[in-house]
Design a protein around this ligand. Sequence first.
Ligand code: PHE
Length: 433
Amino acid sequence: MENNRPEWSSHLSFIVATVGSAVGLGNIWRFPYIMGKNGGAVFLITYILLIAFICIIPLCSELGLGKLYKKDVINTFKSIKPKYAWIGWLCIITVTLIPCFYFVVGGWILNYIWVFLTGNTAHNYADYFNSFSSQIYMPCFLTILFLLMTAIFPFRGVNSGIEKANNLMMPLFVIMLLILAGFALTLPGAKEGLAFMFKPDFSQFNKTMILTALGQALFTLSIGMGTILTYGSYMKENTNIVKSAYTLILCDTFIAVSAGIMIFPIVFSFGTEPSAGVSLAFISMPQMFAQLPCASLFGLIFFVLLFFASITSGISMLETTVSAFIDNLKISRKKATVLTVFIISLISIPASLSFGVLKYFKIFDKTVFDLLDYSTSNIFLPFNTLIICLITGWCIPQFWKKVFGEGFIGGLFNILLKFIVPIILIFVLITGI
Ligand code: PHE
C-alpha cells in the first residue's frame, strides 16, 4: 500500500496545493469580517504574531507526521500506537463535517456567479439574499452541485486531478485578487480603509479578540483535521518542513491581507459597516458592485475568485476523507469518493435548509448550519490540534529533531510544542466551550 502512495510531481505543486487548501473562504470571506468586528489593525497584528509563533508549531507537526509516516490520517495515528487510531477518526469526522456547511456557501457562490453572468444586477441584495437562501430546492441543488464539482478532482487522483486543479486555479485566483485590490485602492474610501487595517487602536485589545484570532488562524491554515497531514504525506523525501510551513503561512497571510485591501476601501467608499459579518460578501459587496461602472464584470470577478478559493479548499477536505477511506476500507479511490460525497450530501442538506424551513430547528440553541460551523471551528479544531501537539511532542521519540532540526530554533520549537502551545490551546478550548 505504501509503495503506490501518490507523490506530488514537484515541490512547487506541493506548495501550490497546500496554499490552495489554506486559502479559502476563511481568507476572503471570514478574515475581513472578523477583522472588521475585532477592531482592524490590532487584530491583524495579533493574528500575525499568533500565526508566526504559535500556529507554525502544529502546522509543522502535521507536515512532519505526513512526511515521516506517509499514510492517511487514521493509519498515521495507528502506526504511532494502535490505540491512537481514534485520533485519526476524530480528524476524519471533523474534516467531513466542515464541507457540510462550507459547501452551502459554495452553492451561494455559484448562484451569485449566475446572477452576475446574466447581468441581472439591479437587486436589493439584502432581500435577495434572504429570499434566496431561505428557499428549499435551489440552495440544496447548488450545494450538491458544488460538492460534485469539487469531488471530480479527488475522484481523478492526486496528480491528474488535485494537482492540475490547483496549478490552474490558484494563479488565476491571485491575478483576480490583485486586480480587484488594485481597483479598490483607486476608490475614494481607500485611505480610510487602509487606515482601518493598518493603524492600530490598542484600546481594542482584549481576550476574546485573541481567541478569535487563534481560531481563525487554525481554520485558515487547515490545521487540526489531517488535511495538511494528508497533503504532507504526498511530499517528496527531501522537502524541508519548516521552510515549507513558513512559505505556506506567508502566502496565506499575504492573501488574507490582500483580501482586506480589496474589501475595506470598497466598504468605506460606500459607507457600509466593516463589521457587517456573514452578509459582507453576499449582501454588502454585491450591493456596492452594483453601483460601480462595469458592475457585472467586477461582481463576476469577485464571485469567481471566491469560487476558486473555496473549491481548492474543498478539494483538500474531500481528499483527506477519501484517502482515509481508500486505506482503511480497502476500496478504490473512485468508490471512496462516491462514499464521501454521499455522506456529505446527507448532512449538507439540513445545513442548507437552516436558512429556511429548518430555521427554527435548533440543537443547543443553534441551527444545523451554525452548529456545524461553531462546533468544528471552536471545539474540534482546537481539541484535535491540542492532541496532535501532545502526541508529536510527548509520544514520538525525537520527533522535534526530525522535523525542526537541532540547534537553537529546534530547541525553542520543542518547548513551544511540548508546553506553550498545548497550554494556550487548553485555554482556548475552555473559553470556547
Ligand atoms: N483553510 C480553509 C479556508 O481558509 C478551510 C479549510 C478547512 C480547508 C479545513 C481545508 C480543511 O477557507
